[in-house]
Design a protein around this ligand. Structure first.
Ligand code: NAI
Length: 403
C-alpha cells in the first residue's frame, strides 16, 4: 500500500523518485515547470511536492493543497517559495545548500589558472585565427597567495584544493573558522586584499555583503592581482571592477554571478564586463554539474523522507529545527501550533486524559509557530483519539500521526 502521493516537477534527477518509491511512496515525476493553476491541478492529493527554481509555490498553491505537508526545493535558492506562508501553514521547506560545493570549488581552481595564463583570451584568439604566442603576463600559480573571503563550505574546499596546487592560502570570515591544512586566517578583509595575488569570494548574499567589494576595496588589492566571484552578483560593484580592469590595476577577473541575471537559458545578457581583457565570464554555472544534480536529488529526497517518516525538521529553511530519535514500540505525533503560551499544557492534558504516557517530547519555536514532536506509550487506540482532539484545539495548525 502506498504511504502517500509525491509530485516531483522540473525533471528532478530520477534518483529522487527511486529513493522515495523504495520507501513506499507513489511518485509522479513531470519534466517541466508548472504554472500556478497547473501545479494545483497536478499536485492534488500530494503530501509532498518537489520543485526546482522555476516552479513558484505561492500562497494560493499552498492554500489549495490541504494534504501537502512538506516541500522540497531541489536546488539551492528558495525564493520561488512563499516561505513565510508555508511556515504559517505548518509546511517545512527543505533544499540542498551544499550539494554543489565541490563543483564550485573545482571551477574556481580552473579559473585561477585560466586567469594566470590568460587562457580565455588566448583561446578566443586562436578561434579567430590569431596566433599570439607570448609569455608576457603569464604566470604559474605555485607559490602565489590566494585570499578566500567567506570560509564556509565552498571557501574551505577551495582552500584545500589550492594548497594542493602549491598556493599559499589565507582567508577572512566574520565567524571563527577552523583552518584546513596550512590555510591561515587574517584579521580583516583589508589585510586579505593587501596580501593576495588572487581574491576569491564565497560569502552569502546579506545586507553586509552587498557591494562588499567596491572601488575602495579594489584599490586595496595588489596591482596586477585577480578577482574571482562565484558567490552572489550583489557582492561586487561591477562598474568598479570593470574600471579596475580598464585601468590595468587588476590583471583579470572571473565572474559567474551578476547583479541582474537573465531568467532563462537563451535570454540575452549585457554586462559592463563584456569584451574586457582577461575577464572570464560564465553564466552562473558554478554548481551546474551532473554530480551536483545527483547529489541534490539524493539530499532533498532524503530530507523529505526523513520528515515524512520521523517528523524531523533539521535543515528546513523556514521551520523550527526539531529532531528526536524514535524508540521502538512508541507512537509518534507531530503538532504545529501557534506560538502562544498554554499550548503544551493543553497537549499534555489531552494525552493524559487518553491514558497514554509521554516518553519523549521535543519542542522548537520561531516567532510565529511552535513545532512539537512527541512519542508515547500506550495502547494503539490512543493515537487516533489524541490526534483528533489535538486537531480541535484552536491553537492547532497541523497534526500528523506517524506510522
Ligand atoms: P556557507 O554558508 O557554507 O559559507 C559562507 C561563509 O561566509 C560563512 O563561513 C560565513 O560566516 C561567511 N560570511 C558571511 N558573511 C560574511 C562577511 N560579511 N564577511 C566575511 N565572511 C562572511 O556558504 P557556501 O555553501 O560556501 O556558499 C557560498 C556562496 O556561494 C553563497 O553565496 C552561495 O549562494 C554561492 N553559491 C554559488 C553557486 C554558483 O553556481 N555559482 C553554487 C553554490 C553556491
Amino acid at each position: 500500500m502506498s504511504l502517500g502521493r509525491v509530485l516531483l516537477v522540473e525533471g528532478i534527477h530520477p534518483d529522487a523518485k527511486r529513493n522515495l518509491e523504495s520507501e513506499g511512496y507513489e511518485v509522479e515525476l513531470l519534466p517541466k515547470a508548472l504554472g500556478e493553476s497547473e501545479l494545483i491541478e497536478a499536485a492534488k492529493g500530494a503530501i509532498a511536492l518537489g520543485i526546482r527554481s522555476k516552479t513558484r509555490v505561492t500562497p494560493r498553491v499552498i492554500e489549495a493543497l490541504p494534504e501537502l505537508c512538506v516541500v522540497g526545493a531541489f536546488c539551492i535558492g528558495t525564493n520561488q517559495i512563499a516561505l513565510d506562508h508555508a511556515n504559517a501553514c505548518g509546511i517545512p521547506v527543505f533544499n540542498a545548500p551544499f550539494a554543489s560545493t565541490r563543483s564550485v570549488a573545482e571551477m574556481i581552481i580552473a579559473e585561477i589558472i585560466i586567469l594566470a595564463r590568460q587562457l580565455g583570451d588566448r583561446n578566443r584568439d586562436v578561434h579567430r585565427g590569431v596566433w599570439s604566442k607570448s609569455a608576457a603576463g603569464s604566470y604559474e600559480i605555485r607559490g602565489k597567495t590566494l585570499g578566500i573571503v567567506g570560509y564556509g563550505h565552498i571557501g574551505r574546499q577551495v582552500g584545500v584544493l589550492a594548497e594542493a596546487m602549491g598556493m599559499k592560502v589565507i582567508f577572512y570570515d566574520i565567524a571563527p573558522r577552523l583552518p584546513m591544512g596550512n590555510n591561515r586566517p587574517v584579521e580583516s578583509l583589508e589585510a586579505l586584499l593587501e596580501q593576495s595575488d588572487f581574491v576569491t569570494l564565497h560569502v552569502p548574499e546579506t545586507p553586509q555583503t552587498k557591494n562588499m567589494i567596491g572601488a575602495k576595496e579594489i584599490a586595496r588589492m595588489r596591482p596586477g592581482s585577480y578577482l574571482l566571484n562565484a558567490s552572489r552578483g550583489t557582492v561586487v560593484d561591477i562598474e568598479a571592477l570593470a574600471e579596475a580592469i580598464r585601468s590595468k590595476h587588476l590583471a583579470g577577473a572571473a565572474v559567474d554571478v551578476y547583479p541582474e541575471e537573465p531568467e532563462a537559458t537563451g535570454d540575452g545578457f549585457v554586462s559592463p564586463l563584456q569584451n574586457l581583457p582577461n575577464v572570464f565570464l560564465t553564466p552562473h554555472i558554478g554548481g551546474s554539474t551532473v554530480e551536483a544534480q545527483v547529489a541534490i536529488g539524493r539530499e532533498v529526497s532524503q530530507a523529505l523522507l526523513s520528515f515524512l517518516k520521523t517528523g524531523n525538521t533539521l535543515g528546513a529553511v523556514n521551520f523550527p529545527q526539531v529532531e528526536l530519535q524514535r524508540r521502538p514500540g512508541t507512537h509518534r505525533i507531530t503538532h504545529v501550533h501557534q506560538n502562544i503560551p498554554g499550548v503544551l499544557r493543553d497537549v499534555n492534558r489531552i494525552v493524559s486524559e487518553v491514558g497514554a504516557n509521554v516518553v519523549a517530547q521535543v519542542l522548537g519555536t520561531d516567532a510565529g509557530i511552535g513545532y512539537l514532536i512527541f512519542d508515547f506509550e500506550g495502547d494503539s487506540s490512543a493515537p487516533p483519539i489524541i490526534s483528533e482532539r489535538l486537531a480541535r484545539l484552536e491553537t492547532t495548525i497541523r497534526v500528523r500521526r506517524l506510522p
